[in-house]
Design a protein around this ligand. Structure first.
Ligand SMILES: NC(=O)c1ccc[n+]([C@@H]2O[C@H](COP(=O)([O-])OP(=O)(O)OC[C@H]3O[C@@H](n4cnc5c(N)ncnc54)[C@H](O)[C@@H]3O)[C@@H](O)[C@H]2O)c1
Length: 453
């Protein structure tokens, strides 16, 4: 099929590259000039395992191309995917500016009937809004063809986006048109051996399903984090409790890991948008509000624990931080818990030395002054990162940090003190090695005298 994907971000680029891989001809429309230049050179502008290879293969076979010319990109398109950003407004509602700008542009540039498919995460009713806006644009030019709009929310996960797209758990197609549904079923057929993975529903139900999925996962995380806080009071290890409840198939073992909070480009903004939507309807979203409050609190826990450990004074302390991206496998820093920690540490006068396999460039862009003054040091190597540190904090559980040589780490640090923001380490092993270990919702283990900075 001839496709156009609008927006070459995490969702759009993966969508374009994967559809091209399956033999479709895809033009990806991107208006960011620097990003476009990189893409045309075969350079992937984001860190996403497997994406660079797909991108280069698509360019080589000419199944995939990039453009900033809307008319050109749409000229042959049978299906047009919208995959632009939907950030939060100040009040928490979804900012649809980018989506509606695309709708406007489609109304002005489309020259033939096609199916428009929205992949961006949008509030209920947006497909209707987009359809109306395109129709108004077509009418104003006297165009006589009809453009259908379907909803096809995306469920890929950053860090495994290519794999998720190629082997999806489910594909949701929201449309009132049998023809549109058939077209998308055909397009997605190569990705789903089992056709039952394609779920057909109304556009509104499809739009809502995406918010419901993200809100549910965020709720699981906040729920376990709340229990972790209680565990700290009771001297219970949340990790034992996690195993205790996760083995129940009704509960399941996913997304019940206690930690320093969820971040990313989706959960926080999507929960906010759902809360806003409920409030607009005069319906109180009590659970979702609590989920947000718990998560905001959770993101401050590591700093609070560090401050307590150092008797309230962090000035002059050297704190090493492992992992900055909002989760392993991505360079995405949007709403990452690491940023809350870094902001607080720098404001408190600590010396910060941080390490991440993919997100250092993004962090450098956010803290130019701290870098220039030497208060923040960035390192690609976990071991040089901990040199002279008074404490080490694990924030993002990249594989590189899962099984370090703790004897070597101990030798490099000034004090063997470890704050495990993801509960990935074994407290008793670390205590045996002489560390003072703090987890989230786990009893503190080991001893370490705090000396003057
Ligand atoms: N990132 C994820 O993991 C993920 C997963 C599922 C759903 N989503 C949803 O998908 C949507 C896109 O998310 P993302 O993370 O890919 O966003 P992103 O910010 O990474 O990418 C959006 C891209 O669209 C481009 N763009 C915006 N307007 C344009 C226009 N008019 N013409 C051409 N290009 C334009 C931007 O320059 C940018 O490159 C959001 O609604 C998000 O909630 C994201």
């Amino acid at each position: 099929m001839e496709l156009c994907v609008i927006g070459a971000g995490y969702v759009g680029l993966v969508t374009a590259a994967c559809f091209a891989e399956m033999g479709n001809r895809v033009v990806c429309l991107e208006h960011d000039k620097a990003r476009l230049a990189q893409l045309r050179e075969g350079q992937c502008p984001i860190y996403e395992p497997g994406l660079q290879a797909l991108l280069q293969a698509g360019l080589r076979s000419a199944q995939l191309s990039f453009s900033d010319d809307c008319s050109l990109a749409l000229a042959r398109a049978e299906v047009v995917f919208i995959a632009v950003g939907t950030p939060s407004h100040e009040d928490g509602s979804a900012d649809l500016q980018q989506v509606l700008a695309v709708a406007d542009s489609l109304g002005r540039h489309l020259q033939r009937a096609c199916l428009v498919v929205n992949k961006s995460t949008v509030p209920v009713g947006t497909a209707e809004r987009v359809a109306k806006q395109i129709a108004a644009g077509l009418r104003s030019r006297g165009a006589r063809f009809v453009v259908e709009v379907a909803s096809n929310p995306e469920f890929l996960k950053e860090g495994s986006a290519v794999d998720d797209f190629l082997r999806p758990d489910r594909i949701i197609i929201g449309s009132d048109s049998a023809q549109a549904m058939q077209c998308l079923q055909r397009l997605y057929a190569p990705f789903v051996r089992n056709r039952e993975r394609i779920l057909l529903m109304s556009p509104r139900a499809a739009e809502f399903s995406k918010y419901a999925a993200n809100a549910f996962l965020a709720t699981k995380i906040s729920f376990v984090n709340e229990l972790a806080g209680l565990c700290s009071h009771l001297g219970v290890d949340i990790e034992q409790v996690r195993r205790g409840i996760g083995s129940d198939s009704r509960i399941g073992s996913h997304f019940i890991y206690a930690g320093c909070g969820y971040g990313g480009s989706c959960f926080p903004k999507d929960v906010r948008a759902l809360v806003h939507c409920a409030e607009q309807q005069g319906y109180q979203p009590a659970i979702l509000q609590a989920v947000q409050a718990r998560n905001s609190e959770q993101k401050t826990l590591l700093f609070q624990a560090l401050r307590e450990h150092f008797g309230g004074v962090l000035r002059g302390r050297h704190v090493a931080v492992w992992g900055l991206a909002f989760k392993p496998g991505t360079d995405d820093l949007r709403e990452a818990p690491s940023l809350v920690l870094l902001d607080a540490l720098l404001a408190a006068g600590a010396q910060v030395q941080a390490c991440d396999p993919a997100a250092l460039a993004g962090v450098a862009g956010r803290y130019p002054q701290a870098l220039a003054s030497g208060q923040l040091r960035l390192s690609e190597d976990p071991y040089s990162c901990v040199e002279g540190a008074d404490a080490l904090v694990l924030v993002t559980e990249w594989k590189q940090f899962r099984q370090p040589d703790f004897i070597r780490v101990r030798g490099l640090m000034r004090r063997p003190v470890l704050f495990d923001g993801r509960n990935i380490y074994d407290p008793s092993e670390l205590s045996t090695l002489g560390y003072l270990y703090h987890g989230i919702g786990r009893p503190r283990v080991g001893h370490c005298k705090v000396t003057a900075a």
